[in-house]
Ligand binder design. Sequence first.
Ligand SMILES: NC(=O)c1ccc[n+]([C@@H]2O[C@H](COP(=O)([O-])OP(=O)(O)OC[C@H]3O[C@@H](n4cnc5c(N)ncnc54)[C@H](O)[C@@H]3O)[C@@H](O)[C@H]2O)c1
Length: 216
Amino acid sequence: MLYKSISTQALRRLPIYLNYLKSLPKDKVVNISATTIAEALKLNDVQVRKDLALISTGGRPKIGYITRNLIADIEKYLGFDNADSAILVGVGDLGRALLSYDGFSKYGLTIVAAFDSDEAMIGSTIFGKKVLAADKLKDLCNRMKVRIGILTVPPTEAQITCNSMIESGILAIWNFTPVPLTVPDHILIQNEDMAFSLAKLSKDLTESMRKNHCNT
Ligand SMILES: NC(=O)c1ccc[n+]([C@@H]2O[C@H](COP(=O)([O-])OP(=O)(O)OC[C@H]3O[C@@H](n4cnc5c(N)ncnc54)[C@H](O)[C@@H]3O)[C@@H](O)[C@H]2O)c1
């Protein structure tokens, strides 16, 4: 199908639908409606219907979607059906935690190797991933056609490592450092910032408490 543009909010909801659909017993829930999904996830059913219509043409009045096909449509849209290879640079506390997580494959991501500047770590295998020296980055990315880089180095090393990733052919960077990276237009950046998420949660909590206090 030809996809229409999708909002960031809708894009965030798609993996939530997918996780829910995959949690259902395969043999029992053959068909499913947007309303059922909305009720289960405590979402607005008009919104769920609109989201699903953007990525699947399988919805039928009164029947809903064939669950198996809807899962396939969401996975296809999100690119989870064809695994992307990624490398990770910076095998410290956070890098190791990401390497230890074997659930990325569910999202179509396979970390094929890790890189670190610490000589003591180079050549070792951590959670099944070989740790290589930074000067092997370009060769490996070219050879294995890796296009995604996960950045978990200290902030002082973030921009220089980002530059090396780009020189090595990386096109999309999952940036866990707090550094705003400077990159050419064609490079995609996804920033993950726990400090920002926490600040937002804290601000939302303050506002919610203020509102509740005003209402009592
Ligand atoms: N996104 C978040 O919410 C979040 C949470 C915690 C930490 N962080 C950030 O993630 C990054 C890593 O944090 P950490 O606690 O794992 O740090 P860490 O010090 O434990 O690990 C950093 C690793 O990077 C390696 N390294 C340093 N310079 C390098 C280089 N030029 N090339 C390759 N490897 C290099 C070090 O040897 C070390 O193994 C930091 O920038 C930190 O601020 C982000």
